[in-house]
Design a protein around this ligand. Structure first.
Ligand code: FA5
Length: 350
Protein backbone atom coordinates (compact mmCIF):
# COMPACT_ATOMS: atom_id res chain seq x y z
CA UNK A 1 0.00 0.00 0.00
CA UNK A 2 1.43 3.38 -1.04
CA UNK A 3 1.13 6.73 0.64
CA UNK A 4 -1.38 7.75 -2.10
CA UNK A 5 -3.70 4.77 -1.54
CA UNK A 6 -3.81 5.34 2.16
CA UNK A 7 -3.25 8.99 2.89
CA UNK A 8 -4.27 8.48 6.52
CA UNK A 9 -2.36 5.41 7.70
CA UNK A 10 -4.55 2.38 8.63
CA UNK A 11 -7.96 3.65 7.43
CA UNK A 12 -8.17 1.87 4.13
CA UNK A 13 -6.95 -1.37 5.63
CA UNK A 14 -9.57 -1.19 8.38
CA UNK A 15 -12.40 -0.41 5.96
CA UNK A 16 -11.37 -3.16 3.58
CA UNK A 17 -11.16 -5.65 6.41
CA UNK A 18 -14.61 -4.73 7.74
CA UNK A 19 -16.23 -4.94 4.33
CA UNK A 20 -14.47 -8.11 3.40
CA UNK A 21 -16.68 -11.19 3.29
CA UNK A 22 -14.23 -13.12 5.44
CA UNK A 23 -14.69 -10.70 8.33
CA UNK A 24 -18.51 -10.80 8.14
CA UNK A 25 -18.41 -14.59 7.78
CA UNK A 26 -16.26 -14.80 10.90
CA UNK A 27 -18.93 -12.88 12.81
CA UNK A 28 -21.73 -15.10 11.47
CA UNK A 29 -20.17 -18.25 12.92
CA UNK A 30 -18.42 -16.80 16.00
CA UNK A 31 -19.14 -18.39 19.41
CA UNK A 32 -20.17 -15.97 22.19
CA UNK A 33 -16.69 -15.23 23.56
CA UNK A 34 -15.16 -14.79 20.08
CA UNK A 35 -17.95 -12.35 19.23
CA UNK A 36 -16.91 -10.22 22.13
CA UNK A 37 -13.29 -10.28 20.89
CA UNK A 38 -14.41 -9.21 17.41
CA UNK A 39 -16.39 -6.38 18.91
CA UNK A 40 -13.46 -5.30 21.05
CA UNK A 41 -10.76 -5.41 18.36
CA UNK A 42 -12.23 -4.98 14.87
CA UNK A 43 -15.08 -2.65 15.70
CA UNK A 44 -12.82 -0.58 17.87
CA UNK A 45 -10.36 -0.46 14.93
CA UNK A 46 -13.01 0.98 12.67
CA UNK A 47 -14.06 3.53 15.28
CA UNK A 48 -10.50 4.76 15.75
CA UNK A 49 -10.05 4.80 11.94
CA UNK A 50 -12.97 7.22 11.84
CA UNK A 51 -11.15 9.38 14.37
CA UNK A 52 -8.00 9.32 12.23
CA UNK A 53 -10.00 10.60 9.27
CA UNK A 54 -10.08 14.04 10.78
CA UNK A 55 -6.52 14.44 9.51
CA UNK A 56 -7.40 13.61 5.87
CA UNK A 57 -7.80 16.33 3.22
CA UNK A 58 -11.38 17.60 2.32
CA UNK A 59 -12.75 15.45 -0.58
CA UNK A 60 -10.94 12.35 0.57
CA UNK A 61 -12.28 12.79 4.11
CA UNK A 62 -15.84 12.73 2.73
CA UNK A 63 -15.32 9.67 0.57
CA UNK A 64 -13.44 7.66 3.17
CA UNK A 65 -15.91 8.77 5.86
CA UNK A 66 -18.79 7.23 3.88
CA UNK A 67 -16.84 3.98 3.48
CA UNK A 68 -15.99 3.80 7.15
CA UNK A 69 -19.62 4.44 8.15
CA UNK A 70 -20.90 1.77 5.75
CA UNK A 71 -18.33 -0.71 7.05
CA UNK A 72 -19.27 0.10 10.64
CA UNK A 73 -23.00 -0.33 9.94
CA UNK A 74 -22.44 -3.69 8.22
CA UNK A 75 -20.23 -4.98 11.04
CA UNK A 76 -22.60 -3.75 13.81
CA UNK A 77 -25.64 -5.35 12.11
CA UNK A 78 -23.77 -8.64 11.65
CA UNK A 79 -22.73 -8.67 15.30
CA UNK A 80 -26.29 -7.90 16.52
CA UNK A 81 -27.75 -10.66 14.32
CA UNK A 82 -25.23 -13.19 15.58
CA UNK A 83 -25.88 -12.15 19.20
CA UNK A 84 -29.67 -12.68 18.79
CA UNK A 85 -28.98 -16.09 17.25
CA UNK A 86 -26.69 -17.10 20.14
CA UNK A 87 -29.18 -15.89 22.77
CA UNK A 88 -32.10 -17.80 21.32
CA UNK A 89 -29.97 -20.96 21.05
CA UNK A 90 -29.02 -20.55 24.69
CA UNK A 91 -32.68 -20.10 25.70
CA UNK A 92 -33.63 -23.27 23.77
CA UNK A 93 -30.93 -25.25 25.57
CA UNK A 94 -31.94 -24.06 29.01
CA UNK A 95 -35.68 -24.64 28.35
CA UNK A 96 -34.92 -28.17 27.26
CA UNK A 97 -32.78 -28.74 30.35
CA UNK A 98 -35.44 -27.38 32.71
CA UNK A 99 -38.41 -29.10 31.07
CA UNK A 100 -40.52 -30.75 33.79
CA UNK A 101 -42.10 -34.06 32.96
CA UNK A 102 -45.22 -34.13 35.12
CA UNK A 103 -45.71 -37.84 34.59
CA UNK A 104 -42.26 -38.71 35.88
CA UNK A 105 -42.00 -39.93 39.45
CA UNK A 106 -38.53 -40.54 40.85
CA UNK A 107 -36.90 -43.10 38.65
CA UNK A 108 -39.95 -44.40 36.80
CA UNK A 109 -42.57 -43.04 34.51
CA UNK A 110 -46.22 -43.29 35.51
CA UNK A 111 -49.51 -41.71 34.49
CA UNK A 112 -51.38 -39.36 36.80
CA UNK A 113 -54.78 -40.39 38.16
CA UNK A 114 -57.89 -38.89 39.73
CA UNK A 115 -57.53 -37.50 43.25
CA UNK A 116 -58.89 -39.77 45.98
CA UNK A 117 -61.72 -37.35 46.76
CA UNK A 118 -62.71 -37.28 43.07
CA UNK A 119 -62.66 -41.08 43.03
CA UNK A 120 -64.94 -41.11 46.10
CA UNK A 121 -67.29 -38.60 44.48
CA UNK A 122 -67.50 -40.65 41.27
CA UNK A 123 -68.12 -43.87 43.20
CA UNK A 124 -70.85 -42.28 45.31
CA UNK A 125 -72.51 -40.87 42.19
CA UNK A 126 -72.40 -44.29 40.51
CA UNK A 127 -73.83 -45.93 43.58
CA UNK A 128 -76.83 -43.59 43.73
CA UNK A 129 -77.32 -43.67 39.95
CA UNK A 130 -77.54 -47.46 40.40
CA UNK A 131 -80.36 -46.85 42.89
CA UNK A 132 -82.29 -44.78 40.32
CA UNK A 133 -81.12 -41.26 41.22
CA UNK A 134 -80.16 -38.48 38.78
CA UNK A 135 -77.11 -36.24 39.39
CA UNK A 136 -77.49 -32.43 39.64
CA UNK A 137 -75.12 -29.56 40.32
CA UNK A 138 -75.44 -25.95 41.44
CA UNK A 139 -73.34 -22.79 41.86
CA UNK A 140 -70.67 -22.51 44.57
CA UNK A 141 -71.31 -18.77 44.95
CA UNK A 142 -74.85 -18.48 46.26
CA UNK A 143 -77.33 -15.86 47.40
CA UNK A 144 -78.44 -15.67 51.00
CA UNK A 145 -81.93 -16.67 49.87
CA UNK A 146 -80.88 -20.07 48.47
CA UNK A 147 -78.31 -20.90 51.14
CA UNK A 148 -80.46 -19.88 54.14
CA UNK A 149 -83.81 -18.22 53.64
CA UNK A 150 -85.49 -20.73 51.32
CA UNK A 151 -84.19 -23.45 53.65
CA UNK A 152 -86.39 -22.10 56.44
CA UNK A 153 -83.77 -19.77 57.95
CA UNK A 154 -85.01 -16.17 57.69
CA UNK A 155 -82.52 -13.32 58.38
CA UNK A 156 -81.19 -13.39 61.95
CA UNK A 157 -82.50 -16.95 62.52
CA UNK A 158 -80.24 -18.41 65.24
CA UNK A 159 -79.73 -21.66 63.25
CA UNK A 160 -77.60 -19.70 60.77
CA UNK A 161 -74.84 -19.75 63.36
CA UNK A 162 -74.48 -23.53 62.73
CA UNK A 163 -72.54 -22.50 59.60
CA UNK A 164 -69.49 -20.21 59.70
CA UNK A 165 -70.14 -18.35 56.50
CA UNK A 166 -67.76 -16.62 54.04
CA UNK A 167 -69.42 -13.66 52.33
CA UNK A 168 -68.49 -12.25 48.91
CA UNK A 169 -68.38 -8.48 48.28
CA UNK A 170 -71.18 -8.41 45.69
CA UNK A 171 -74.54 -6.67 45.78
CA UNK A 172 -76.05 -5.66 49.13
CA UNK A 173 -73.87 -6.39 52.19
CA UNK A 174 -74.03 -10.07 53.28
CA UNK A 175 -76.31 -10.97 50.34
CA UNK A 176 -73.83 -13.20 48.43
CA UNK A 177 -71.75 -15.99 49.91
CA UNK A 178 -69.72 -19.12 49.26
CA UNK A 179 -72.26 -21.89 49.88
CA UNK A 180 -71.84 -23.55 53.25
CA UNK A 181 -73.50 -26.79 52.12
CA UNK A 182 -75.02 -28.41 49.03
CA UNK A 183 -78.57 -27.97 50.41
CA UNK A 184 -79.31 -24.78 48.35
CA UNK A 185 -79.26 -26.99 45.25
CA UNK A 186 -82.31 -28.82 46.69
CA UNK A 187 -84.16 -25.53 46.19
CA UNK A 188 -82.83 -25.02 42.67
CA UNK A 189 -83.82 -28.56 41.65
CA UNK A 190 -87.35 -28.22 43.09
CA UNK A 191 -87.77 -24.88 41.31
CA UNK A 192 -86.91 -26.38 37.93
CA UNK A 193 -88.52 -29.81 37.96
CA UNK A 194 -91.80 -31.13 39.33
CA UNK A 195 -91.97 -34.24 41.56
CA UNK A 196 -91.20 -37.09 41.53
CA UNK A 197 -87.58 -36.10 42.25
CA UNK A 198 -84.77 -38.55 43.03
CA UNK A 199 -81.50 -36.66 42.84
CA UNK A 200 -78.00 -36.51 44.34
CA UNK A 201 -75.96 -33.31 44.31
CA UNK A 202 -72.19 -33.54 44.84
CA UNK A 203 -70.05 -30.42 45.14
CA UNK A 204 -67.61 -28.15 46.90
CA UNK A 205 -68.61 -26.25 50.05
CA UNK A 206 -66.93 -23.49 52.04
CA UNK A 207 -66.90 -22.62 55.73
CA UNK A 208 -64.84 -20.40 57.94
CA UNK A 209 -63.53 -23.54 59.70
CA UNK A 210 -59.97 -23.75 60.99
CA UNK A 211 -58.24 -26.73 59.38
CA UNK A 212 -57.72 -29.70 61.69
CA UNK A 213 -57.67 -33.49 61.33
CA UNK A 214 -61.39 -33.59 60.41
CA UNK A 215 -62.12 -30.10 59.02
CA UNK A 216 -61.08 -28.06 55.97
CA UNK A 217 -62.43 -24.65 54.99
CA UNK A 218 -63.04 -26.09 51.49
CA UNK A 219 -64.54 -29.57 51.48
CA UNK A 220 -67.07 -31.67 49.57
CA UNK A 221 -70.58 -32.85 50.31
CA UNK A 222 -73.08 -35.02 48.52
CA UNK A 223 -76.70 -34.09 49.02
CA UNK A 224 -79.66 -36.38 48.40
CA UNK A 225 -83.23 -35.26 47.75
CA UNK A 226 -86.31 -37.38 47.22
CA UNK A 227 -89.77 -35.85 46.69
CA UNK A 228 -92.70 -38.10 45.82
CA UNK A 229 -96.08 -39.19 47.08
CA UNK A 230 -96.04 -41.27 50.26
CA UNK A 231 -92.32 -40.98 51.13
CA UNK A 232 -91.68 -41.89 54.78
CA UNK A 233 -88.89 -41.74 57.36
CA UNK A 234 -88.55 -45.52 56.83
CA UNK A 235 -87.56 -44.84 53.18
CA UNK A 236 -84.88 -42.45 54.41
CA UNK A 237 -83.47 -44.95 56.93
CA UNK A 238 -83.52 -47.73 54.33
CA UNK A 239 -81.74 -45.57 51.75
CA UNK A 240 -79.00 -44.62 54.23
CA UNK A 241 -78.51 -48.26 55.21
CA UNK A 242 -78.36 -49.36 51.55
CA UNK A 243 -75.76 -46.72 50.77
CA UNK A 244 -73.67 -47.58 53.87
CA UNK A 245 -73.44 -51.28 53.01
CA UNK A 246 -72.74 -50.60 49.33
CA UNK A 247 -69.96 -48.06 49.98
CA UNK A 248 -68.27 -49.37 53.14
CA UNK A 249 -69.03 -53.09 52.83
CA UNK A 250 -71.63 -55.44 54.37
CA UNK A 251 -70.01 -55.41 57.86
CA UNK A 252 -70.75 -51.70 58.28
CA UNK A 253 -74.22 -50.48 59.31
CA UNK A 254 -75.94 -47.14 59.91
CA UNK A 255 -78.05 -45.59 62.65
CA UNK A 256 -79.98 -42.33 62.97
CA UNK A 257 -79.77 -40.13 66.05
CA UNK A 258 -82.29 -37.31 66.69
CA UNK A 259 -80.90 -33.92 65.70
CA UNK A 260 -81.98 -30.54 64.37
CA UNK A 261 -81.79 -28.91 60.94
CA UNK A 262 -84.11 -25.99 60.08
CA UNK A 263 -84.97 -27.47 56.67
CA UNK A 264 -85.95 -30.99 57.81
CA UNK A 265 -88.50 -32.14 60.36
CA UNK A 266 -87.87 -34.54 62.00
CA UNK A 267 -84.08 -34.35 61.59
CA UNK A 268 -81.30 -36.79 62.37
CA UNK A 269 -77.54 -37.18 62.35
CA UNK A 270 -76.62 -40.37 60.62
CA UNK A 271 -73.75 -42.44 61.86
CA UNK A 272 -72.05 -45.52 60.48
CA UNK A 273 -70.43 -48.24 62.54
CA UNK A 274 -66.77 -47.48 63.01
CA UNK A 275 -64.86 -48.87 60.05
CA UNK A 276 -61.71 -49.25 62.14
CA UNK A 277 -63.14 -51.46 64.93
CA UNK A 278 -66.33 -52.57 63.12
CA UNK A 279 -68.43 -51.19 65.97
CA UNK A 280 -66.54 -52.70 68.91
CA UNK A 281 -65.23 -49.33 70.15
CA UNK A 282 -61.78 -47.82 69.59
CA UNK A 283 -59.81 -44.56 69.88
CA UNK A 284 -61.04 -43.20 66.53
CA UNK A 285 -64.75 -43.52 67.45
CA UNK A 286 -64.16 -42.49 71.10
CA UNK A 287 -65.14 -46.04 72.17
CA UNK A 288 -68.71 -45.46 70.91
CA UNK A 289 -68.48 -47.83 67.93
CA UNK A 290 -70.10 -45.17 65.67
CA UNK A 291 -68.81 -42.32 63.49
CA UNK A 292 -70.98 -39.40 62.36
CA UNK A 293 -71.09 -38.87 58.61
CA UNK A 294 -73.85 -36.35 57.91
CA UNK A 295 -77.31 -34.93 58.52
CA UNK A 296 -80.72 -35.91 57.17
CA UNK A 297 -84.46 -35.70 57.73
CA UNK A 298 -87.89 -35.29 56.18
CA UNK A 299 -88.18 -32.13 54.04
CA UNK A 300 -89.84 -29.39 56.16
CA UNK A 301 -93.26 -28.28 54.76
CA UNK A 302 -92.02 -24.65 54.85
CA UNK A 303 -89.30 -25.57 52.31
CA UNK A 304 -91.91 -27.13 50.02
CA UNK A 305 -94.00 -23.97 50.31
CA UNK A 306 -90.99 -21.74 49.43
CA UNK A 307 -90.64 -23.54 46.07
CA UNK A 308 -94.33 -24.08 45.34
CA UNK A 309 -94.58 -27.83 46.03
CA UNK A 310 -97.79 -28.80 47.82
CA UNK A 311 -96.82 -30.37 51.19
CA UNK A 312 -100.29 -31.93 51.43
CA UNK A 313 -99.69 -33.90 48.27
CA UNK A 314 -95.97 -34.64 48.46
CA UNK A 315 -93.49 -35.64 51.12
CA UNK A 316 -89.76 -36.21 50.86
CA UNK A 317 -86.45 -36.71 52.55
CA UNK A 318 -83.01 -35.13 52.22
CA UNK A 319 -79.54 -35.97 53.43
CA UNK A 320 -76.10 -34.42 53.15
CA UNK A 321 -72.73 -35.83 54.09
CA UNK A 322 -69.02 -35.21 53.64
CA UNK A 323 -67.35 -36.88 50.65
CA UNK A 324 -63.89 -36.22 52.11
CA UNK A 325 -64.95 -37.87 55.37
CA UNK A 326 -66.25 -40.91 53.44
CA UNK A 327 -62.92 -41.24 51.63
CA UNK A 328 -61.04 -40.91 54.94
CA UNK A 329 -63.03 -43.68 56.57
CA UNK A 330 -62.96 -46.03 53.64
CA UNK A 331 -59.20 -45.68 53.08
CA UNK A 332 -58.04 -45.32 56.67
CA UNK A 333 -56.75 -41.74 56.25
CA UNK A 334 -56.21 -40.25 59.70
CA UNK A 335 -56.02 -36.56 58.73
CA UNK A 336 -58.19 -34.76 56.15
CA UNK A 337 -55.35 -32.28 55.46
CA UNK A 338 -53.46 -35.02 53.57
CA UNK A 339 -55.96 -34.47 50.75
CA UNK A 340 -54.70 -30.97 50.04
CA UNK A 341 -51.00 -31.27 50.95
CA UNK A 342 -50.16 -32.40 47.38
CA UNK A 343 -47.59 -34.90 48.63
CA UNK A 344 -47.08 -37.38 45.81
CA UNK A 345 -46.13 -40.11 48.32
CA UNK A 346 -49.66 -39.89 49.74
CA UNK A 347 -51.52 -39.37 46.46
CA UNK A 348 -49.90 -42.25 44.58
CA UNK A 349 -51.16 -44.79 47.15
CA UNK A 350 -54.72 -44.49 45.83
C1 FA5 B 1 -75.20 -29.83 56.66
O1 FA5 B 1 -74.39 -29.23 56.00
C2 FA5 B 1 -76.61 -30.08 56.17
N1 FA5 B 1 -76.81 -29.33 54.96
C3 FA5 B 1 -76.82 -31.57 55.95
C4 FA5 B 1 -78.24 -31.91 55.67
C5 FA5 B 1 -78.68 -32.04 54.39
C6 FA5 B 1 -79.12 -32.10 56.72
C7 FA5 B 1 -80.01 -32.37 54.12
C8 FA5 B 1 -80.44 -32.42 56.48
C9 FA5 B 1 -80.89 -32.56 55.17
P1 FA5 B 1 -73.51 -30.40 58.58
O2 FA5 B 1 -73.10 -29.01 58.83
O3 FA5 B 1 -73.61 -31.30 59.76
O4 FA5 B 1 -74.91 -30.42 57.83
O5 FA5 B 1 -72.50 -31.03 57.53
C10 FA5 B 1 -72.72 -32.32 56.99
C11 FA5 B 1 -71.40 -33.07 56.83
O6 FA5 B 1 -70.49 -32.30 56.05
C12 FA5 B 1 -70.65 -33.30 58.16
O7 FA5 B 1 -71.21 -34.38 58.86
C13 FA5 B 1 -69.28 -33.62 57.61
O8 FA5 B 1 -69.22 -34.93 57.10
C14 FA5 B 1 -69.17 -32.64 56.46
N2 FA5 B 1 -68.46 -31.41 56.87
C15 FA5 B 1 -68.98 -30.32 57.46
N3 FA5 B 1 -68.05 -29.38 57.69
C16 FA5 B 1 -66.87 -29.89 57.21
C17 FA5 B 1 -65.53 -29.41 57.14
N4 FA5 B 1 -65.18 -28.20 57.55
N5 FA5 B 1 -64.58 -30.21 56.61
C18 FA5 B 1 -64.92 -31.45 56.14
N6 FA5 B 1 -66.17 -31.95 56.17
C19 FA5 B 1 -67.14 -31.20 56.70
Amino acid sequence: MTELDDPVPGIKAAVDAARGQAFLKRIASAPADALQDVERTELKGLLSARQDLKAAPGELKKELGRSVNEALAAATAAIAARRTELESAERETSLEAERLDLTEVVGRVTRGHRHLVTQARDELEDLFVGMGYAVAEGPEVETDWYNFEALNMPPAHPARSMWDTLYVRLGAPASTLLRTHTSPVQIRVMQTEPPPIYVVIPGRCYRRDTPDARHLPVFHQIEGLVVDRGITFGDLAGTIEAFTGAYFGPAIHSRLRPSYFPFTEPSAEFEVSCIFCEGKGCRVCSQSGWIELGGCGMVDPNVFTAVGVDPEEYSGFAFGFGIDRCAMMRHDVDDIRHFIANDIRFLEQF
